[in-house]
Design a protein around this ligand. Sequence first.
Ligand code: XIL
Length: 346
Amino acid sequence: MHHLGRFFALFVLLAGAVALPASDAVDGRTKKGLNLAAKAAKKLYLGTATNSEEWNDTTYYSILEDNAEFGQITAANVMKWFDTEPEPGVFTFQDGDVIANFVKKTGKKLRGHNCVWHNQLPDWVVNGTFTAPELAFVVERHCFELVHHYRGQVWDVINESLNDDGTFRSDIFYDTLNSTYIPIALRAARRADPHAKLYINDYNIEGTGAKATALKNLVKSLKRQGVPIDGVGIQSHLTVGQVPTTLRQNMEEFVALGIEVAITELDIRLLNTTANEEGLARQKADYETVISACNAVEKCVGVTLWDFTDKFSWIPTTPPNEGYPCPWDENYVKKPAYEGIIQGFQ
Ligand code: XIL
């Protein structure tokens, strides 16, 4: 190679290495995006939940597909128990595989969601009359098969196991097995995939308080018993004007236990806050607050939105002053919240 050419190649390489994490230069223009902003802040990803039924909407799909915006995907529904084991011992991964294949094709990361949850269970589990050993076997088999099928991921093994006062939620699992279903599920997941990251995921644990304290105690006790636990997922279905002030302190208390945390289901709905300029500015500020808290805590590894457009959010929008929880509106126009996320990563 000619001397000058070599110099030029080196220059391009160095310039690329410096510029890449913050933004991809494309056609001389700087490409922006939520995932690029997260990566520039040394996070692993900014991602979103999705349902494949939404993909027929071509605008939706083109934003979802863009790795500048989203580096990680969570299946909003199809990896849940009702869809993956609709009959005892009959595993159906077709719907989940659609998500997993999209993730593979686009080179994003996948978060497995979830193994054990009181909701969206098949009837045979909810209405089952199991002895404790029978249900222990059922929980173990479900977690093992699921995590084994989708090897190499992060998993929400346990979802929403606590009440707001910090006691265990009464459901088929707790009522039959007491809290032993938690180590049973985590150990089965570890056996299924020694490399999977295993999380407990919950809501109303964003700020310090009875529920967050109970979860910290649960993590401590699991660790003491040698039960595998790698992280806590902080769902973060929040309301504008009601974001806890202790977000960062709370995350620091979780990671002090020797685990990582992730924001796993972020959306910030309006409630009695008109979706006018002022309401959307408050929403932007709240998004920025949440992202900044994660940004400030090294072991907060990433952030997942619980879908990205008001068009497909699970939070219903009732004009003029309720809902509208996402950073894109129902017509795919970026709201001020989008910029709030970018700024939170700075
Ligand atoms: C929600 C889905 O988004 C909805 O489509 C479904 O009807 C109910 O579940 N916490 C969780 C998620 O952990 O699995 C939930 O997802 C939202 C609350």
